[in-house]
Design a protein around this ligand. Sequence first.
Ligand SMILES: C[S@@+](CC[C@H](N)C(=O)[O-])C[C@H]1O[C@@H](n2cnc3c(N)ncnc32)[C@H](O)[C@@H]1O
Length: 325
Amino acid sequence: MATIASGMMIAPTIFSTNLLSISLYLLPIASDSNLMIIINPIEVLLWTFRRNEKDVVKLYNTLSDVMRITTGGDMLNFGYWTEETKGPLEAQNELCKIFGNLTELQNAKNIIDVGSGLSGPSILWKTKFNFLEITCIDINFNQLKESSNKIKKILKNSVQVHRLNATSTILPLMDNSLDRVLALESVQHMKPLESFILESKRVLKNNGILGLALPVVNEKINSALKLGILSLTWSSQHYDVDYIKSVLTNSNFKKIEMEKIGSKVYAPLANYYIENRNSLRKKILAKYPSYVEKILFKSLVKMKQLSENNVIDYLLVKCKKDDAN
Ligand SMILES: C[S@@+](CC[C@H](N)C(=O)[O-])C[C@H]1O[C@@H](n2cnc3c(N)ncnc32)[C@H](O)[C@@H]1O
């Protein structure tokens, strides 16, 4: 492992198969933020069927901007929408708060945020619970690098927010060293899921808490037809609720609590997009071809329908490492 920037370490990344949650397959033609982004159909096929961690990195390098354009912020999750929520940023902050409360961050000290993206959630948790020592872990080096300025700007003293470029399936951390392992909307990419769960168990202290937030299917789906356009654009693993529970139980996690919050996620997010489509579309078209926006729109509409029909859901999970029992 080598230190390459203030507080940032590189650990070897093992490339296994993972893909994006709601994704469009694009290839940037240049890093200049004013240039249009074009799609490479061969990459589309490779990324759809090969699905390794390299693909996840490429896709987020390209697609994070769609999220940023539509939300105006730096978080890459769907958010939690209440009657009062005015927009995606508020929804994302709400999801982070709910997740932070669920995992009892007020009683923690050393935590890792696995699949930290642009570190938006970690910055929020650190702002609320200043005593936390947080390590942001992601396979995407660019995202970790980009989050550095933000951490410095918002948190001033960034000493206790570290960044680690590593995969969740081989965590370069010591046994029994952490109070919390958090994975906010990243578990759907992790494969094999068992490796991440066992790694979490290994690095957690006894009584430490593992928290997960992820899109799921309610039952194992055997037919791509059921998901429609989402079978292409929701291209991460489609883990089902029973499977998640069985992996946690088999790994000897205790006090497993699960809550389905899909109705607070998909339909309100889709409604927001539908209501604001004209203005959001304009912003997206400044950077992406128009069919990208069309696919995004159709995916959101399908997502809403599947959520209302109980095919897809969004799961919050809390469980404990309790080796005493
Ligand atoms: C949907 S984003 C969520 C980011 C952040 N948690 C948030 O809410 O803003 C998923 C993130 O998980 C990361 N990721 C995917 N697979 C991973 C893995 N196996 N190990 C570590 N990070 C991973 C991706 O690079 C991406 O940054």
